[in-house]
Design a protein around this ligand. Structure first.
Ligand SMILES: Cc1cc2nc3c(=O)[nH]c(=O)nc-3n(C[C@H](O)[C@H](O)[C@H](O)COP(=O)(O)OP(=O)(O)OC[C@H]3O[C@@H](n4cnc5c(N)ncnc54)[C@H](O)[C@@H]3O)c2cc1C
Length: 460
């Protein structure tokens, strides 16, 4: 009997890790791994050619496999003995690791002839009579038995203010990850970076590496920068007490726990150890919150969570501090009010009206470019990729209650508009609404194993 077929749409880390798990099962399915960009296994984060773009998680925590925690560290020791597992290695090195794993898995005895790499965009899913079909941009269709959405982050949402023609002008860079995003930015040009998180830091470093010397100004509502990683605490915190399923109580308990740990350990304590200890409980805690509490978290706590949870490698933090100290980059906090594109040709400028934090008076600045660094877009039902729009339109998927991603069951199966789950799955950023922390490899690798196991079970 022929093996069932699974289409995995997106061959970044999420898609590649799911494929690895499916291939490791000798009775597993055939796989169409579909990727619209060049390169399989690297995705957006690990395809950067910029050596200054470092992992923001220690190499020792970046194994592809949850049950082999030293896998990447061992690979690194063999291939790059100059790089330390305890350090933060260039992201492109991690891309080489993932792509190599995929190549090796495809050539293993278990997997002969089972992995088909398809370099194209999946645009629609057609269901109805017979097996589902994935239609590719070239027009070809693939017959499958199950489907995995591993399409990654959406482009940042455009700012919700009157844009005065900005979105249509070349002055606006809406997707800083697009391959030629900064082609129109001349070295002396002034640039406003919207957002002060990890994306902003990447963009500021990329511009600098590309020879940009003009003024760069980063702005967000609170002006919070990601905190830096530090050497591991010399004294580990005691185990966390059970966290109550109420946001305010949980916050109070974690703060008390941190204060007690700091009082007991003195200089040997580090708040990062307490934040890191939350990783295993983050998902069940999120799932225990009702929609109103999740909404409160997003509104009031998320900016603080993001900067403490997703930190900068020390070398990157040093470079950022250097740029700030030398005035190459400046930071503002405030609320955007409106944009207006003024002048034409080389004289064209963007007037940015904004209200500095703590004041009631609007101010105006003029810059040559505006880069949207606000991070991944949220509402897939409004701005998701074509493939997700097609699933939503056909009622094969529905957004989660807060429109952070797609509605999923506990194993990652899409919940359709009628409330039923079938053989369509999602992982990575599209599952944020269901599980919240699915941003980094230590979470994604667990999810990939879980989704692969569910597929193998469902396909019998
Ligand atoms: C700049 C950056 C740095 C990061 N650094 C780290 C880090 O150091 N450590 C860490 O653990 N995490 C890091 N992350 C988090 C990172 O997002 C995850 O680790 C992981 O790479 C996410 O992988 P993904 O496959 O879900 O998404 P992506 O990497 O975005 O991959 C999705 C892929 O799907 C493809 N695709 C989308 N739609 C289609 C379609 N319709 N047809 C075909 N192909 C499609 C895209 O082209 C893309 O290649 C970083 C993220 C970013 C953006």
């Amino acid at each position: 009997m022929s093996r069932p077929a699974v289409a995995i749409i997106g061959a970044g880390a999420s898609g590649a890790l799911t494929a690895l798990h499916l291939l490791s099962d000798p009775d597993g399915p055939r796989i169409f791994l579909i990727e619209k960009r060049t390169g399989f296994g690297v995705g957006v984060a690990y395809s950067t050619g910029n050596a200054d773009h470092l992992l923001n998680v220690r190499a020792g925590n970046m194994s592809a496999f949850p049950d082999q925690p030293d896998h990447f560290a061992n690979w690194l020791r063999d291939r790059h003995p100059d790089l330390l597992a305890a350090g933060f290695v260039p992201r492109r090195v991690y891309g080489t690791y993932l792509a190599g794993l995929l190549r090796a898995a495809a050539m293993s005895d278990n997997a002969t002839g089972r992995l088909m790499l398809v370099n194209d965009e999946a645009v629609t899913i057609i269901t109805g009579q017979g097996r589902p079909r994935v239609r590719l941009a070239v027009g070809r269709e693939l017959l499958v038995d199950a489907l995995v959405l591993a399409t990654g982050n959406g482009a940042p949402e455009p700012p919700h203010v009157p844009d005065g023609g900005l979105a249509r002008s070349r002055r606006y860079i809406g997707d800083p990850w697009a391959p030629d995003a900064f082609a129109h930015v001349a070295p002396e040009d002034s640039v406003l970076l919207l957002g002060t998180g990890l994306t902003m830091v990447d963009v500021a470093l990329s511009l600098r590496a590309a020879g940009h010397v003009g003024p760069k100004l980063a702005m967000s509502r609170r002006g919070l920068l990601p905190r830096r990683h530090a050497a591991p605490a010399t004294m580990a915190p005691p185990p966390l007490p059970p966290i109550p399923p109420l946001l305010s109580q949980a916050l109070r308990l974690i703060r008390t726990h941190l204060r007690q740990y700091q009082a007991a350990a003195g200089d040997g304590a580090d708040w990062r150890a307490v934040i890191d200890a939350l990783r295993p409980i983050t998902r069940p805690f999120w799932q225990s919150l009702d929609t109103a509490a999740r909404r409160r978290f997003l509104r009031h706590l998320r900016p603080w969570w993001d900067v403490h949870r997703h930190r900068l490698a020390p070398m990157v933090a040093d470079r950022l501090d250097g740029m700030l100290a030398r005035g190459e980059l400046s930071l503002q906090s405030g609320r955007l009010r409106a944009f207006a594109v003024e002048g034409v040709g080389a004289q064209e400028l963007v007037a940015v009206r904004w209200c500095p934090r703590g004041t009631a008076q609007d101010a105006v600045m003029r810059v040559q470019h505006v880069v949207n660094c606000t991070g991944p877009g949220g509402d897939l039902s409004k701005a998701g990729p074509a493939i997700i729009q097609s699933l939503l339109a056909a009622g094969l998927a529905r957004p989660d209650a807060l429109h952070l991603g797609l509605d999923l069951d506990g194993d990652g199966r899409l919940i359709a508009a009628d409330g039923c789950a079938g053989r369509f799955y999602a992982l990575g950023p599209a599952s944020r609404g269901a599980f919240w922390e699915v941003t980094a490899i230590p979470d994604i690798r667990v999810q990939a194993r879980q989704v692969a196991a569910a597929i193998c079970r469902d396909l019998g």
